[in-house]
Every structure is written in structure tokens, then in C-alpha cells.
Design a protein around this ligand. Structure first.
Ligand SMILES: C[S@@+](CC[C@H](N)C(=O)[O-])C[C@H]1O[C@@H](n2cnc3c(N)ncnc32)[C@H](O)[C@@H]1O
Length: 202
């Protein structure tokens, strides 16, 4: 497996959102670290070739998120972690995602807050990895709505409901020393959810 970071808050969200999903698409998957969550589903990991993040076998379909090689209404859930800001045309990615989602399907974007995106952008001059977009969650909500999604920013505390909340509290209490680090890490993330209207086929 290539390089990639897996976060428990993302895992909890994906488990929750994929409960009724049969087909799941990941955009900009890198090492596809969440693949094991979808062993009982039809999961498709997509990315452009990138030898820094990927190892052989991580990517199922090489494709830019700007031109998804899938038929309309093929997926119930699409998600992308820390990748949207690397894609050259965010609005187009949203239109493509809308096209390949089934009615009632959802698009989960896990991304960074604006100040972190600015830092990544600055540093990208040195790394040689092109970084394309700096936005706020509000921009993403607006662009998702332009693409016909119902869209909201997910307020982070409400993410941790039920079992996920228990797990989260346990984890933070059990790690008093890295507590500040964990909180900082979590507070760097922003989560936006788009829903395509209509009801999913039974
Ligand atoms: C910072 S990495 C994140 C990888 C992975 N999602 C993770 O969280 O570990 C950004 C990813 O976006 C991918 N990417 C860049 N441009 C893309 C595009 N146009 N379409 C799809 N993926 C793209 C890169 O190849 C890279 O795998």
C-alpha cells in the first residue's frame, strides 16, 4: 500500500453514510486506505497516476475526477479525502459527481480549512506536486448547490453521534498527552456533504 492517512472520524462517517449503499466511489484515493470498510460493497477507487501516494493495486480506475468514466447514476456514495484541493476544476468535479450519483446518493468531501490549504499551496512550490484550489467550506456548499446538490457543512461535533461519539470520547480521554495534537488535527478538517435529491431505488 502507498502513503495515506486514515482517520477514525472519517471511518465513522463512511460507515454511517454507506449503510444502505451498494456502490461506492472514491475520488483522488491515493493509497485507498478506506478500502477495507467496503469489502461487502462494490467499491471503486479512482485517481490519476501518482507514484508518491499510490502503490500497485491501490487504484481500480485511473481517471481524473474532472472526467469520470462511469455511466450516469452508477454510485450511491462518493467521497474524497484531502484531494479536492488538488483537482484543477472543483465545479466540474461536482458536476461529474452529480452525474454519476444515483438519486438520493451522497457526496462526502473531507478537506482542510482555508488557512491549511493556503499553507499547502505555498509549500507546493517546493514539493513540485501541483496544488490547485484554496476555498472555504462555504465556497464548497455554494458550488455543490450550483451543481444541483442539496449541500451543508457538517458541524464537526454532531458528527460524533452514538457509538462514534463514545469511541471519540474514549480515544481523547485515553490520550491526555497528545490531546492537544488530536484536537488541532481534528480542527484542521472541514466536512461538506452534498445530497442528490430523489429517492434511492429499492
Ligand atoms: C494529498 S493526496 C490525498 C490522497 C488520499 N485521498 C489520502 O487522503 O491519503 C491528493 C490526491 O489527489 C489526487 N489527484 C490530483 N488531481 C486529481 C484529479 N484531477 N483527479 C483525481 N485525483 C486527483 C492525487 O493524485 C493524490 O492522490
Amino acid at each position: 500500500m502507498g502513503r495515506g492517512a486514515e482517520y477514525s472520524f472519517v471511518r465513522h462517517l463512511l460507515v454511517e453514510l454507506s449503510q444502505d449503499a451498494r456502490c461506492v466511489l472514491e475520488l483522488g484515493c491515493g493509497a485507498a486506505v478506506y478500502r477495507p470498510l467496503f469489502s461487502s460493497k462494490h467499491y471503486v477507487a479512482t485517481d490519476i497516476p501518482n507514484s508518491w501516494y499510490q502503490s500497485k493495486g491501490d487504484v481500480d480506475v485511473f481517471a481524473s475526477a474532472n472526467h469520470l468514466p462511469f455511466a450516469p447514476e452508477s454510485f450511491d456514495l462518493i467521497f474524497s479525502q484531502a484531494a479536492l484541493d488538488y483537482m484543477p476544476d472543483t465545479r466540474r468535479v461536482f458536476r461529474e459527481s452529480y452525474r454519476v450519483l444515483r438519486p438520493g446518493g451522497r457526496f462526502l468531501v473531507i478537506t482542510y480549512r482555508k488557512s491549511v490549504l493556503k499553507r499547502i499551496h505555498r509549500d507546493s512550490a517546493n514539493t513540485g506536486i501541483p496544488h490547485c484550489a484554496i476555498y472555504t467550506p462555504g465556497d464548497l456548499v455554494e458550488w455543490l448547490q450550483e451543481a444541483a446538490f442539496n449541500a451543508v457543512e457538517v458541524p464537526r461535533p454532531s458528527v460524533y453521534d452514538g457509538a462514534a461519539k463514545q469511541a471519540w470520547i474514549k480515544m481523547t480521554l485515553a490520550s491526555i498527552r497528545p490531546f492537544g495534537t488530536v484536537l488541532r488535527m481534528i480542527s484542521n478538517w472541514r466536512i461538506v456533504l452534498g445530497t442528490k435529491s430523489g429517492s434511492a431505488a429499492q
